[in-house]
Write a protein that binds this ligand. Structure first.
Ligand code: ADP
Length: 450
C-alpha cells in the first residue's frame, strides 16, 4: 500500500497528460504541460533525494534521537528508523549491563584470570592475576604471557590446543600449589585460570595419611590373629566338626582383610608422592613377569590356562621395583582370576612407538562397555560377588593406574564382552634401560605353560 502511495505523485502528471491528449487539447498547451510535468518530476525526485540524505545523516550520526519532521513515505521511514534505533539502544544497554556484571564478577573472583590472544599476548587480566603475577594494568597488556610464566611445562601448556590443566608452583609463592586451567574461546583468544589448590591438596594428603595410618595400625593385630588362627587350625580344634569349619571361615576372612590392608597401603604409597630416586633401580620386567607367572602356577594349572609370553629380556625400566611388581602382579592375577577354564593369556613387554609397554591380554568374558570407564576407580567391581569369590579387593586396577601415572605413564583398558580384555601399561621412553637380565636372550617365542 505504501509502495502504491509513493508512486501516486509520479504517475499523476502522466495520467493528466494522457487524459489531456485524449480530450484533443491544442499542441502548444500540450508542450507547456509536458515541460510543467518534467519540472514537477525533477522537483519530486529532488525532494526524495533530499529526504534520503536527511535520513542518512540522522540515522548515521545519531546527534539527535527525535527524527526530523517529514511527510509521506519519508515520515513513515523516519518512524521505522526511530523504532529500530530505540530497540537497538535498549539491547545495547542490556548487553552493556550484562558485560559490566560479568566483569564485576570476574574482578571479584579470587582465582587469577588472564585472557591471551592466539600469539600468547595478554589481552585482559583480573585484579587477582595482577596481584599474583605483579602485573601492571594497563601497561602490560599486549605483552607475551610467557614473559611472566617461565616455568617448566608452562610454555607447552600455554601453546596447547583445546582445554587443559597443569599443577604449578611459583618460585615467589613456594607455600602454595596452583592449578592452571586453559579454556580456548575460539576467535576471542584463550582464557587461562590459576586457582590455589593448596587446601585441596592438604585435605587429600590428610585423607591419604589417614587411610595409610589406619591400614598400618591394622596390619600388626591382623598378623597376630592370623597366626593364632593357624595354630588353632593345626591343633585338635581344627579337626573339630563344629569349630573346624568356623575357624577356616575366620582364617579365610582374615586373609581377605590382610589383602585389603596390603592393597590400601600400596595405593596410599603410589598415590602420595613421586618415585623416590634413592629406591629406583633398573627393573627387568620380563624377569618379573616370569616370576609372577611361577607364583600363579597353581591357579594356572588348576584352570588349564595357557600363558603366552613375548618378552624383551634386554629391556628394563628405571623405577621402584615394588611399583613394577605390583603392576605385573595385579594385571597377571586379574587375567588368571577372571579367565574361565582353558583360555589363553598373552603377556607382552616391549618398546612400542617410543614408549615402554606392558600388555596383558586375556580371552576371558570381557568387561561390559558401561563399566570400562570406571574399573580403575577404587573399590569398583563389575560383578561384586564374583570379585569377592575370587578374592578381589577392588583396588588392583586403581593401584596399577596410579603407579603408571606416578611415572608419567598411563593405563589403557580395552575389552569386549565374550572376547576378552587387554590392559596396557605405558611408561615414558626416558625410563627405558637396556642390559642383560638373568635370562640373557631376548625371546619372541611363545611359551606355552600348560
Ligand atoms: P579386584 O580386586 O576386584 O579384581 P581390580 O581393581 O583388580 O579389583 O579390578 C576391578 C574390576 O575390574 C574387577 O572387580 C573385575 O570386575 C574387573 N576386571 C579386572 N580385570 C579383569 C579381567 N582381566 N577380565 C574381566 N574383568 C576384569
Amino acid at each position: 500500500m505504501n509502495h502504491l502511495r509513493a508512486w501516486v505523485p509520479a504517475l499523476l502528471p502522466l495520467a493528466i497528460l494522457l487524459a489531456w491528449n485524449l480530450l484533443g487539447a491544442p499542441s502548444s498547451s500540450l508542450i507547456s504541460f509536458f515541460w510543467a510535468a518534467v519540472i514537477f518530476y525533477a522537483l519530486w525526485v529532488g525532494w526524495h533525494r533530499q529526504e534520503a540524505l536527511r535520513f542518512r545523516v540522522w540515522f548515521r550520526e545519531k546527534t539527535t534521537r527525535i527524527p526530523p519532521v517529514s511527510s509521506g513515505i519519508w515520515e513513515e521511514t523516519f518512524a521505522e528508523g526511530y523504532h529500530w534505533r530505540r530497540h537497538q539502544e535498549i539491547r545495547q544497554q542490556q548487553l552493556n549491563r550484562q558485560i559490566m556484571q560479568l566483569r564485576d564478577a570476574l574482578q571479584t573472583l579470587p582465582d587469577a584470570l588472564l585472557l591471551m590472544d592466539e600469539d600468547g599476548r595478554l589481552l585482559w587480566m583480573n585484579p587477582a592475576a595482577v596481584e599474583l603475577f605483579h602485573l601492571h594494568w594497563p601497561d602490560d597488556l599486549g605483552k607475551p604471557l610467557s614473559f611472566w610464566l617461565r616455568l617448566p611445562h608452562m610454555q607447552e601448556f600455554l601453546k596447547g590446543a583445546g582445554p587443559g590443566n597443569l599443577a604449578v608452583q611459583f618460585p615467589h609463592r613456594p607455600d602454595a600449589i596452583f592449578e592452571a586451567l586453559r579454556y580456548p574461546l575460539g576467535d576471542a583468544g584463550t582464557l587461562v585460570l590459576f586457582r590455589d589448590i593448596s587446601r585441596l591438596r592438604q585435605l587429600e594428603q590428610v585423607r591419604q595419611d589417614f587411610v595409610a595410618n589406619v591400614s598400618h595400625e591394622l596390619r600388626s593385630p591382623l598378623t597376630v590373629i592370623q597366626g593364632f588362627l593357624e595354630n588353632l587350625l593345626d591343633g585338635p580344634l581344627g579337626q573339630d566338626e563344629e569349630a573346624g569349619p568356623q575357624l577356616r571361615l575366620m582364617e579365610e576372612q582374615g586373609k581377605r582383610m590382610q589383602s585389603l590392608v596390603e592393597d590400601l597401603l600400596s595405593l596410599a604409597r603410589v598415590e602420595s608422592a613421586t618415585p623416590d630416586p634413592q629406591r629406583c633401580e633398573t627393573v627387568f620386567v620380563a624377569q618379573m613377569v616370569e616370576r609372577t607367572r611361577e607364583s600363579l602356577m597353581t591357579s594356572i594349572v588348576e584352570k588349564s590356562l595357557s600363558v603366552h609370553l613375548e618378552l624383551d629380556f634386554g629391556l628394563a625400566v628405571f623405577a621402584e621395583p615394588l611399583d613394577i611388581h605390583s603392576v605385573v602382579q595385579n594385571l597377571l592375577e586379574n587375567a588368571v582370576k577372571y579367565s574361565p577354564r582353558g583360555r589363553d593369556i598373552y603377556v607382552r613387554w616391549s618398546m612400542e612407538e617410543g614408549r615402554l609397554a606392558l600388555r596383558v591380554r586375556d580371552t576371558g568374558d570381557g568387561i561390559p562397555r558401561e563399566h570400562l570407564q570406571r574399573v580403575t576407580e577404587r573399590f569398583y567391581r563389575v560383578d561384586k560377588g564374583r570379585s569377592r569369590r575370587v578374592g578381589g579387593t577392588g583396588l588392583g586396577l586403581s593401584i596399577v593406574r596410579h603407579t603408571a601415572e606416578r611415572y608419567a605413564g598411563s593405563l589403557q583398558v580395552r575389552s569386549e564382552v565374550g572376547k576378552g580384555s587387554e590392559f596396557a601399561v605405558f611408561f615414558p621412553v626416558d625410563l627405558a634401560r637396556y642390559g642383560n637380565s638373568w635370562q640373557e636372550e631376548a625371546t619372541e617365542d611363545v611359551i606355552k605353560v600348560s
